[in-house]
Design a binder for this molecule. Structure first.
Ligand SMILES: Nc1nc2c(c(=O)[nH]1)N[C@H]1C(S)=C(S)[C@@H](COP(=O)(O)O)O[C@H]1N2
Ligand SMILES: [Mo]
Length: 241
């Protein structure tokens, strides 16, 4: 056997190690990226798996042009105040009984914890996160939604906004969330509370949420006025306006 080539044994051992690694990654336990190469392999594996899956509503699990990542990638934005004690959420606009909630009051409303996939317009998706919070529908009912409300504006720190149709906002998977996989959000991911609109590109999920405004007429938000699509349906690849 020559000494300048790896032995068959070495090669097989390495292949098994790699397979074990990918298996673990598939189970969602990958915590460290051991170099870009292996990380991408793990992601490719998850992406292929997701491409073979179908949602309850008949859509493919993974929208076109997306790759799966293990966890949320911090995408920036100008952070708001992350302190729970300072948190206020204003529910207002076309409602009979506008109100403001502090963090304890938000927790006192009906909580739901449910899985949802999210899809960033830059091409990554994070699948199966367990999100906890209050449905926008619950907040709308509490506020006495008026008949002429047709759109919802998510309002965040420093004037960031995102708009969705009322029809989308009242779906059971659209929420105001304060936990992901059992843990509070880090500041960069929107602490203490962000919006979650799983079936729209992820920019619609406003971080550092301060208000939910129900409005008659649509009002394109931060990214929607900067060249991104007003509706942002990932299955239609509505990336740019
Ligand atoms: N307030 C606020 N919310 C925001 C943003 C922002 O800049 N400000 N960026 C959006 C974009 S473009 C994306 S992709 C997601 C990213 O969330 P993440 O950083 O937790 O991954 O947040 C969205 N919510
Ligand atoms: Mo984004």
């Amino acid at each position: 056997m020559s000494t300048d080539e790896p032995s068959d044994n070495d090669r097989i051992k390495r292949r098994i190690e790699r397979r074990e690694f990918i298996k673990k990654a598939g189970a969602g336990t990958l915590l460290v990226a051991l170099g870009g190469g292996i990380y991408r392999l793990a992601g490719d594996d998850l992406t292929r798996k997701a491409q073979g899956q179908t949602r309850d509503d008949g859509r493919k699990r993974l929208p076109p042009g997306q790759k799966v990542l293990e966890s949320l990638r911090p995408m920036g934005g100008e952070p708001g105040n992350p302190k729970m004690k300072d948190f206020r959420l204003k529910v207002h606009g076309e409602v009979a009984k506008p109100f403001t909630l502090n963090f304890d009051e938000l927790l006192a409303m009906k909580q739901v914890e449910q899985e949802a996939d999210v899809h960033c317009v830059t091409g990554w998706s994070m699948l199966g996160g367990l999100w906890r919070g209050v449905r926008v529908k619950t907040l709308a009912e509490q506020a006495g939604l008026k008949k002429d409300a047709h759109f919802v504006i998510f309002e965040s720190a420093h004037g960031y906004t995102a708009n969705v149709s009322l029809k989308e906002a009242l779906k059971p998977n659209v929420m105001v969330v304060h936990r992901l996989n059992g843990k509070p959000f880090k500041r960069q991911h929107g602490a203490p509370v962000r919006a979650l609109v799983p079936d729209r590109y992820f920019w619609k999920s406003s971080k550092w949420l301060t208000g939910i405004r129900f409005v008659k007429r649509d009002k394109p938000g931060y990214w929607e006025t900067r060249g991104y699509h007003n509706i942002a349906d990932p299955w239609k690849e509505q990336r740019y306006g």
